[in-house]
Every structure is written in C-alpha cells, then in structure tokens.
Design a protein around this ligand. Structure first.
Ligand SMILES: [Fe+2]
Ligand SMILES: [Fe+2]
Length: 250
C-alpha cells in the first residue's frame, strides 16, 4: 500500500471512530451507489441510446444492482442504530467528475460517445473496487460490514465485464478504446484526489474526523496542504489494458 492510500485508510478509520462520521461515511457510500448522482444517472442515457434488447436488459440489471448496494449499505447503517445523514453536493463524486467532461453536458450523440460513457462507468467501477478493497484491510471496520463489501465487490467486478462488452459493441477498435480508457483514468485520478481533499474539508467541518492525535493532522491537512492530497490517485487498474480487464471480471 502506498503512503497516500495508507493515509486515506487512517482517515477512514478516524471517521469510523466517530458515530457521526460513520453515519455520514455510510450515507455518502449509499448515495454514491445510486441516488441522483451516481452511476445510475449515467446508465439512464446509456440505456436510452441502446434501445430495447439484450444489452439494454444488462443495463437495467446493473441499475438494480446499484440500488441493491445502496440498500445494503443503508441496511447496515440502520442495523448499528444510526440514521442516514444529509449528503451535500461536495460529497457526490459523480457530480465532481461530470463537471470535468463536456460529454455530460451534451449527452450521447454517437457510438463513440456511448463507448466513452461505458468506459466512464468502467472507471467508476475500478474506483469503487479499489476503495472497497481499502476498507477490507482495515482493522477498524467490523466483519459484518466487510461481508457486505465483499458481496458488492463481486458485483462491481461483474460490471467491469459488461462495460467492456458494451464499449466493444459500439467501438471495435481496441487501440482507440485503450487510448480513451487511459485518458479517462488519468482525468479520474486527478478528480478523485481533489474530491478527497474536498471531502476531508467537509468531514472536518462537520466534526466527523474523530478525536485524539489524528484529529489535529486532519485539521491541518484540511486547512492547508494541496500537495499531500493534490497528487493524482491512481487505482490498481491504472495499467490494466482494456482486454485484460475481462479476466478480472470473470
Ligand atoms: Fe455498486
Ligand atoms: Fe457497479
């Protein structure tokens, strides 16, 4: 694990140590799975462009999965006696990302746009898997929640495979697909890094970063350093080619 990921894991553990923090973190995760800002928002236009048929059915199944993930996370939140918290726009990752790409403003106009959208979903899945895997190595996150996470990860890996199929059905040039994927991943790593900085500020201002010695570290980072969290944050998939992703999804 690199230093940046280790620091983020420490951050998650600080958040988890506070009841308010854990409630907000789980609310953000559930919201990110679906609500009005996550992948589901992107999948709507994708399914419209595709039209009726087996591929569209796969998109509908994906939407159902994401809603189920959200319910599973909220179910855990309630099972530990907490209630969902308000998720402000700064905490919505897909929103932060969609501001960076004009395809979200103009919509899907041709087959290449559709493939780009499928790749964007794919990169979101890569990010989700990476972030959920980080929770699995924590000694603070309870086993019951880790089991939920493992189940979600299995679905997200399956989603990778169908996004591959989706992109490939509209653009067959694998050189082009790899180039587009690499561009989206590079942008996403930068956006994710900035988003993390922003979430740290929000969690700190909402008093959700726990207590103790780490509390001062988070306050300092939230108020100052752009460089610590400002570097791009790549997922473990960054160097995996479009075709090799297929093996992971099986
Ligand atoms: Fe999901
Ligand atoms: Fe997913």
């Amino acid at each position: 694990m690199n230093a940046k990921k280790w620091l983020r894991l420490k951050g998650i553990e600080s958040i988890w140590s506070s009841a308010e923090g854990a409630s907000l973190l789980l609310s953000v995760m559930a919201d990110g799975e679906t609500a009005c800002n996550g992948e589901v928002d992107i999948l709507g236009p994708i399914s419209e462009y595709i039209g009726p048929g087996p591929l569209q059915n796969m998109v509908y199944a994906h939407i159902e999965d994401e809603h189920r993930h959200s319910d599973m996370i909220l179910g855990h939140l309630k099972s530990i006696g907490m209630s969902p918290r308000y998720v402000q726009d700064e905490l919505r990752y897909a929103k932060a990302f969609s501001r960076e790409l004009e395809i979200f403003q103009r919509g899907i106009q041709d087959d290449e746009d559709l493939a780009i959208m499928a790749l964007i979903v794919m990169v979101f899945e890569e990010r989700a898997i990476s972030e959920y895997e980080l929770l699995l190595v924590s000694r603070v996150i309870p086993e019951e929640f880790k089991e939920i996470i493992q189940e979600i990860i299995r679905d997200e890996k399956r989603h990778l495979g169908y996004c591959l199929r989706l992109a490939n059905s509209y653009v067959s040039d694998s050189l082009l697909l790899n180039m587009l994927l690499s561009k989206i991943r590079t942008l996403e790593a930068k956006v994710f890094s900035r988003y993390n900085m922003e979430t740290l500020r929000v969690f700190t201002s909402r008093d959700c970063m726990g207590k103790g010695r780490w509390h001062r570290v988070w306050k300092f980072l939230a108020s100052s350093s752009r460089t610590t969290f400002g570097l791009p944050d790549y997922t473990r998939f960054f160097h995996t080619s479009f075709d090799d992703l297929g093996k992971i999804s099986r």
